[in-house]
Design a protein around this ligand. Structure first.
Ligand SMILES: Nc1ncnc2c1ncn2[C@@H]1O[C@H](COP(=O)(O)OP(=O)(O)OP(=O)(O)O)[C@@H](O)[C@H]1O
Ligand SMILES: [Mg+2]
Length: 237
């Protein structure tokens, strides 16, 4: 069997010369599937995402996309390989318009970006209405749509999202999850970190519980939701 489309395997490392934050952490996602990382604050979820995206020097482990080893590539070179990353904070340019944000997302492309922009507007119709407005004037949920849309402008094969629903209402969260499912159905591989663990595991093909930079529990979303230990420790019973 071919290996999963995205793999971060046995990742060990930390920031600069500091202590290791990740301890042999492994994450993988099949093509067009959704993997969700959950775990307590400070568990290293964002650090694991940064490691997969090449923002951390790993002491051990490897990252592969489509079977190709990209462990030593810069984030920009990973974008060229099909990775897109929406970080937890500062994920839009607030003073630029919605449309300028989308254009920034496509800065590496030399072909016609119009069709992709239309796809983003079809996915998030509110952004079409607000395309001439400064992104910083949008609501939290709309800004997250800008961030996701901007990431999609590179036509990635892998979309990585760090807490895409942070600070939004439950209704907006459900809506955003529906859009993420739609993106996955289009064949894009999704790796995301979520604070709303229960709801996120409901849409997860694979779930990872990280604790202190290591894999604590792994299973399908369904399995983790049914696991008494996971429920008691991480899902509030
Ligand atoms: N830029 C950085 N430089 C040094 N240490 C960092 C840096 N960013 C995070 N850390 C440390 O790495 C550890 C893991 O942090 P990380 O942000 O990955 O956790 P997290 O699981 O994403 O938490 P949260 O749920 O709060 O977003 C923490 O101890 C944190 O202090
Ligand atoms: Mg985080």
């Amino acid at each position: 069997m071919a290996e999963p489309h995205l793999i971060g395997e046995g990742m060990t490392g930390g920031y600069g010369r500091g202590a290791d934050i990740l301890h042999g952490c492994t994450l993988s996602v099949e093509k067009g599937k959704i993997a969700v990382i959950v775990g307590p604050n400070g568990a290293g979820k964002s650090t694991a995402m940064k490691a997969v995206f090449g923002m951390l020097n790993l002491r051990q482990g490897a990252v592969r996309i489509g079977g190709e080893d990209i462990t030593h590539l810069s984030p920009q070179d990973r974008v060229a390989k099909g990775m897109a990353f929406v970080p937890q904070t500062s994920n839009i340019f607030p003073s630029m318009t919605v449309e300028e944000n989308l254009e920034m997302g496509a800065f590496l492309r030399r072909d016609d970006i119009r069709p992709t922009m239309e796809q983003v507007y079809d996915l998030f119709p509110i952004l079409r209405d607000k395309r001439r407005q400064a992104a910083g004037e949008l609501s939290g949920g709309q800004r997250q749509q800008v961030a996701v849309g901007r990431a999609l402008m590179t036509q990635p094969s892998v979309l990585m999202l760090d807490e895409p629903t942070a600070g939004v209402s439950p209704i907006v969260m459900d809506e955003l999850f529906d859009r993420i499912i739609e993106v996955a159905r289009a064949g894009i591989t999704i790796l995301m970190v979520e604070q709303n663990a229960r709801q996120a595991l409901e849409i997860a093909d694979t779930g990872y519980v990280l604790v202190q930079g290591a894999n604590a529990y792994t299973g399908t979303g369904e399995e983790l939701l049914a696991d008494p230990e996971v429920r008691r420790t991480f899902l509030g019973g």
